[in-house]
Design a protein around this ligand. Structure first.
Ligand code: SF4
Ligand code: SF4
Length: 390
């Protein structure tokens, strides 16, 4: 027997779905209808100004058409379930054990969330089918769908888009990952969230190490540490490397300073996203020497695979350069002389130039004689110059 014949039964189904979503691990649950996203213009301007940097998939006309109208995502879609799963608060492990340990953004401390969230959205879809006693057409996304996820979340009443561009829940702060389920089933929407609770605060804008938060609540991705260390597949611009500090995968800074996280961000997240012991703070010199096989084994099924080994080792090299710690010279020299990826060798050369001791300089001069890649040679020469002038 279908549930949807009478209004009270419809409301029951909605509350059953909400309860089910809580049971499978989502603390935030809301419902909305497909409608034009309120910040479509902002997104189109952001793309037009090239603020999406190397993420070309965000700028195709298809990507823009789909984002303009969520109803195009799934023919016949009538409702959207929006869920959020809390991850561990970066304050839970805020200080690396030693200066030679790097920092990973807190959402990436555990298993790959895509699988975890999509699996649970699938479970919900199957339960809706059973409860409703009718076929269901649906589509589930987390993070990767051609949709303006934060707009949809705001419309589902779960929070507002802060100046740091994160979706902020007044009850939970912003340390959560979002998932959406499009369904061809009519469910009463929740009231949208309409207030901006940032007020006069500017803490995130002032704390951002690369000054990439823009006044229209977008980010200049080409300067954002999250982009530079994850999505960026090439070199990290030399003028931005010092601002990365010890961040080796993503960045939590604009969330960590937010009063909504300081006041309401619980320390523990969902057990499904529990941190792996070493993942928050990788030991920089050790991980710089991970072979392709070791990297794969260590980080399989975690978000860190996203940067690929070459991107991750590039980030480790920058973090080591920023420590200026001579203890890391042996690992850097081994990497400079034996690493196959030119991208990594180039950033290792920069790191040795930052450390600038006679031993680092000697290694750079020796590498200058052996190196064949033009981009790495340029980095070695620049590093020698920097070490000599510093
Ligand atoms: Fe700035 Fe880091 Fe936030 Fe990017 S993630 S906007 S670099 S504070
Ligand atoms: Fe808004 Fe302040 Fe949080 Fe930035 S730090 S998102 S301005 S409340």
């Amino acid at each position: 027997m279908a549930f949807l014949l009478y209004l009270p039964q419809k409301m029951n189904l909605k509350e059953l779905i909400r309860q089910l979503a809580h049971e499978v691990g989502f603390e935030l649950v809301g419902f909305t209808h497909p409608s034009p996203p309120p910040h479509l213009e902002t997104y189109l301007n952001w793309v037009a100004q090239g603020r999406h940097a190397g993420m070309a998939y965000l700028a195709t006309s298809r990507a823009q058409e789909l984002r303009a109208d969520p109803a195009r995502i799934l023919p016949g879609v009538q409702s959207i379930l929006v869920v959020g799963m809390r991850y561990f608060n970066p304050a839970r492990h805020s200080t690396p054990p030693t200066p030679l340990h790097g920092k990973v953004a807190a959402y990436a401390w555990g298993k790959d969330y895509h699988e975890i969230i999509l699996e649970r959205l699938e479970q919900i879809a199957h339960r809706i089918k059973t409860l409703n006693g009718a076929p269901l057409t649906y589509r589930a996304y987390t993070d990767t769908g051609p949709i303006l996820e934060r707009d949809i979340t705001m419309q589902a009443g779960l929070g507002w888009i802060g100046k740091n561009t994160c979706l902020i829940s007044p009850r939970h702060g912003s340390y959560f990952l979002l998932g959406v389920l499009f369904v061809d089933l009519k469910i009463d929407p929740d009231p949208p969230f309409t207030t901006d609770q940032c007020g006069k605060c500017r803490r995130c804008i002032e704390a951002c190490p690369t000054h990439c938060i823009l006044p229209d609540r977008t980010i200049d991705s080409s300067r954002c540490i999250s982009y530079l260390t994850i999505e960026n597949k090439g070199s990290i611009p030399a003028d931005l490397r010092p601002a990365l500090g010890n961040q080796v995968f993503g960045c939590d800074i604009c969330q960590q300073v937010c009063p909504w996280n300081l006041c309401f961000g619980k320390l523990d997240g969902s057990p499904h996203l529990a941190p792996h012991p070493e993942q928050p703070f990788p030991h920089l010199p050790t991980e710089l020497l991970l072979t392709p096989q070791q990297f794969k084994e260590k980080y399989q099924a975690t978000p860190l695979l996203r940067s690929k080994r070459r991107g991750f080792l590039r980030n480790l090299a920058v973090a080591l350069g920023n420590t200026r710690d001579p203890q890391s010279i042996p690992a850097l020299l081994t990497c400079l002389n034996h690493e196959e990826e030119p991208l990594v060798r180039a950033h290792v050369a920069w790191a040795l130039g930052q450390i600038g001791t006679p031993l680092a300089l000697k290694g750079l001069h020796e590498a200058l004689q052996q190196e064949r890649d033009p981009a790495v040679l340029d980095e070695i020469r620049a590093a020698i110059q920097s070490a000599q002038s510093g």
